[in-house]
Design a protein around this ligand. Structure first.
Ligand SMILES: [Zn+2]
Length: 191
């Protein structure tokens, strides 16, 4: 077995041995909110936002759009507030669509990055399929939080009464910093 697989399974055995009554938690999140954030390994929403099992939905990806998950979170599972959280030093700031397309054209193997940008060293062939995906890269975090909040706020499947909060998580301090323009754009419209 791979070492990582072994470590994961042993951590899980430990976790399950203290599982207690968590097996009877209901499916809808008990604290009625959802967090949409990046997949960056340094972010631990359970810790930085104080979540326990059953508390909240956490939707994570590489900063992309997550309308489907958010709508399910509200429509079927009753969340009432949503947080969109980007973070400092995000990997999505380090490349553009064109860079990603070029790297994938060259090979499918893992590329490296240095002060001159990304470089591909893999043995090809790569694939041209990369050009049919919008990689949703980021050039300005505050602007990107604002754009995501506006995109979610204006989506026809998102109810006007749900507040959407926009934050940047600071990887150096662990603090959540509100993006004021996003807070304004995400405010609930009360009927
Ligand atoms: Zn990120």
């Amino acid at each position: 077995m791979s070492r990582i697989k072994e470590e994961v399974l042993s951590a899980n055995a430990q976790y399950a041995s203290n599982f207690g009554d968590k097996g009877s938690l209901p499916m809808p999140p008990g604290r009625h909110f959802a967090v949409l954030t990046c997949m960056d390994a340094r972010l631990d929403p359970a810790k930085f936002a104080g979540l326990s099992e059953g508390d909240a939905h956490v939707i994570r990806n590489a900063s992309g759009d997550a309308i489907r998950s958010l709508v399910i979170s509200y429509k079927l599972l009753g969340t009432k507030e949503w947080f969109i959280i980007h973070h400092t030093d995000c990997g999505m700031e380090t490349f553009t669509n064109d860079v990603m397309i070029g790297l994938l054209d060259s090979s499918l193997e893992t590329s490296t990055v240095d002060e001159n940008g990304w470089h591909d060293h893999g043995n090809g062939p790569g694939s041209h399929e990369g050009r049919y995906i919008n990689w949703l890269t980021i050039s300005n975090q505050a602007q990107s939080v604002l754009e995501d909040v506006i995109r979610v706020r204006q989506h026809p499947l998102v109810p006007a009464g749900i507040p959407i909060y926009g934050y940047i998580y600071d990887c150096k301090t662990g603090k959540l910093i509100e993006v004021p323009e996003a807070a304004a754009a995400g405010a609930a419209v009360l009927e």
